[in-house]
Write a new protein. Structure first.
Lengths: 248, 153
């Protein structure tokens, strides 16, 4: 059987269904040139990704983040970045590059919230979120839940874990829902950095009850899927990750 | 978060240059903010923004107005291919050169699938063409790249 180049490329890109993939694999056994083509395809992909990789880690220019950080009046997004910038301006200059990147990252996460039309809830949450060096981190009940709670066992808990996954930077991340907010937190080695936070509109009027499939939860699930390297961890991997203290 | 760096990456690939890519990125974000109520909740935000970026890129190229525009650039813009060693630098700029020889439609197919990691269906949706068209562009672009880079190696 001949396998056309489209099919070989599709196989290398993981685009074939199980039957067609099996056909290609069978052909690989007898035709080494197919194996070569697949390897060449993957090598090219790796080369291209490596080529562009520095851009993912590079600080985002201020001209871009500035576009996103200044519209809080209109959209009721709490512009923590501006507050933090003002405060940091008063501090002695230290590792400016690093600080700047953190500001960029925060501005972007705020901006994403803005595009999604949401609001960062502050102070209505009984102290489950704190700020540390310009980074939002989980504290109190949220920190405990993120650190200890398994997605398979959360009957009657105040915080619900939606998904646990590994992001592209190799960190463990978990999306969560609580009474007032839903979000994504990633373990940074010492604690849970809040990467995304969204208020649960209309929720929280009845203490401890969840509005099922709220829009915040959906957005957060979506965002989790986009951040995840390989989809969600299963129960076994999640438990392993927890037992290792969420460190890689 | 991941989206803005990824947008910059795609923009740099489309525009063949980081500074021009950042201008493109800027226009994309402005347009996305203006028309954010058109984003359908439950669809992928990244695909939506890529589509906007691509449309702007096509408009800009067609109008031929990019050259006439003046933008204020960040002073220390990152050069794609800024990697310590001389050898690596040569090889990386080979990739830039090879990519820039591709027709726009092949380059964007390569960028979406091989760099951004989109599935064929999603990539075809972003580009707005049938899947078959996308895969044939992908394959032609890939063959051309392999030839150029293979000769250099």
């Amino acid at each position: 059987m001949t396998i056309d180049p489209e099919k070989i490329a599709a196989y290398a890109d993981g685009e074939l269904g199980p039957e067609e993939a099996a056909q290609v694999e069978a052909a690989m056994e007898t035709d080494p040139s197919i194996v070569e083509q697949i390897e060449a395809h993957r090598a090219l992909r790796d080369q291209l990704r490596a080529h562009f990789a520095p851009m993912l880690d590079a600080p985002v220019p201020k001209q871009l983040t500035a576009l996103l950080g200044t519209r809080d009046d209109e959209n009721k997004v709490v512009d923590l970045a501006a507050v933090r910038r003002a405060r940091e301006a008063a501090k002695p200059a230290m590792a400016p590059q690093r600080r700047w990147m953190t500001g960029g990252a925060l501005a972007v996460s705020l901006a994403l919230g803005l595009v999604l039309g949401t609001q960062i809830p502050r102070g209505e949450n009984g102290g489950t979120i704190a700020e540390e060096d310009g980074q939002l981190i989980a504290s109190g009940a949220l920190d405990t839940a993120l650190t200890t709670q398994l997605a398979s066992d959360q009957q009657g808990k105040d915080v619900r874990i939606l998904l646990s996954f590994e992001d592209r930077a190799g960190r463990y991340c978990r999306s969560f829902e609580e009474t007032a907010a839903a979000g994504i937190a990633c373990h940074n080695g010492t604690g849970w950095a809040i990467e995304r936070l969204q208020s649960r509109r209309g929720a929280g009027t009845v203490q401890g009850q969840y509005r099922q499939a709220g829009s915040a939860g959906r957005d957060i699930m979506e965002a989790s899927q986009n951040m995840a390297l390989n989809g969600a961890l299963d129960d076994v991997d999640e438990q392993k990750a927890r037992d290792s203290g969420w460190r890689r | 978060m991941a989206l803005l760096p990824r947008l910059r990456r795609f923009a740099a690939g489309l525009a063949r240059d980081v500074a021009a890519g950042d201008d493109l990125c800027q226009m994309t974000i402005e347009r996305a903010l203006k028309s954010r109520d058109q984003w359908a909740e439950g669809t992928r935000l990244d695909s939506w923004m890529y589509r906007i970026m691509r449309n702007i890129w096509i408009d800009e190229t067609r109008a031929g107005s990019r050259r006439a525009r003046t933008f204020a650039h960040e002073e220390e813009g990152l050069d794609v291919g800024m990697a310590g060693e001389q050898e690596a630098r040569v090889e990386l700029s080979m990739v830039d050169r090879a990519l820039s020889t591709l027709p726009d439609e092949q380059r964007e197919a390569i960028l979406l699938v091989m760099v951004e990691g989109y599935g064929y269906r999603e990539a075809a949706d972003i580009v707005g063409c049938p899947i078959g068209t996308l895969t044939s562009r992908l394959i032609r672009g890939r063959d051309a790249l392999q030839q150029i880079l293979g000769e250099a190696a």
